[in-house]
Ligand binder design. Structure first.
Ligand SMILES: NC(=O)c1ccc[n+]([C@@H]2O[C@H](COP(=O)([O-])OP(=O)(O)OC[C@H]3O[C@@H](n4cnc5c(N)ncnc54)[C@H](OP(=O)(O)O)[C@@H]3O)[C@@H](O)[C@H]2O)c1
Length: 214
């Protein structure tokens, strides 16, 4: 596939780009900055573009089979809502304009159910630094859920995502937070990327939110 990936220089976006390339796909990586140091590959092209601009999304998407997004704000320094909700609206409008239907996007864990009727974000100990980001991701999920003419998938990471091994062994869930036997909800960037690229290729969660954790 030829995949257009927004946010390709980020912690998660870079892992997704590397996973796509390792499986033989071609990737156009979009960030506002443009250049992505450390990612040199014959099937990778870096371009500058703003994911919150529908015309940019449409122009870039036309020549691709699918669009992926791992866009996020600089936490604590940029508006979470402007970036996340802005990109969601622009991706929906831009894909419609371009006639590209497949979209897989990073989501947040805040909207996952930790217990019946209680979301992760409802925990009083939910980190203040991440609250606005989580609220923006909840709004984004609500926008996607109103879309029935695109083949979107919203993939929430585990509660904790960070650097570490690519094991290829994890669980996929739906709207409930996945925790291990010690009560932890974790995934590495590399394994999240495996799940993300699996979904892009298999199309098993069309117009659904899924989550990935050990
Ligand atoms: N457990 C959880 O729920 C959880 C945990 C971690 C992350 N997340 C979600 O995943 C998001 C991404 O996380 P991350 O750690 O990978 O973020 P990151 O390292 O800050 O990467 C963000 C990426 O988005 C790009 N970007 C930002 N605004 C853009 C725009 N308007 N147009 C195009 N590209 C843009 C950035 O490049 P430029 O700045 O050059 O544009 C960068 O490539 C977070 O914001 C959060 O919503 C959820």
């Amino acid at each position: 596939m030829k995949v257009l990936l927004f946010g390709a220089s980020g912690n998660i976006g870079l892992a997704i780009a590397q996973e796509l390339l390792s499986r033989g796909h071609s990737v156009t990586g979009v960030t506002r900055r443009g250049a992505i140091e450390g990612l040199v590959h014959e099937r990778f092209t870096a371009v500058a573009g703003d994911a919150t601009d529908p015309a940019t999304v449409a122009d870039l998407a036309v020549s691709h089979d699918a669009v992926a997004s791992a866009v996020g704000p600089k936490v604590g320094r940029e508006s979470d809502r402007d970036t996340i909700v802005g990109a969601t609206e622009a991706l929906i409008a831009g894909l419609r304009e371009a006639g590209v239907t497949r979209l897989v996007t990073i989501g947040g864990a805040g909207s996952l159910e930790a217990a019946p009727g209680r979301r992760v974000i409802d925990d009083p100990d939910f980190p203040q630094l991440w609250r606005a980001n989580a609220e923006a991701q909840i709004e984004a999920l609500g926008l996607y859920r109103e879309v029935d003419d695109l083949e979107w998938t919203f993939i929430s990471p585990a509660a904790h995502i960070g650097p570490g091994e690519r094991t290829g062994v994890f669980r996929i869930g739906g709207d409930q937070l996945l925790t291990d036997s010690a009560g932890k909800s974790e995934i590495t960037y590399a394994d999240y990327a495996v799940a993300f690229v699996d979904e892009l290729g298999r199309n098993t969660a069309i117009r659904r939110r899924i989550t990935v954790a050990y």
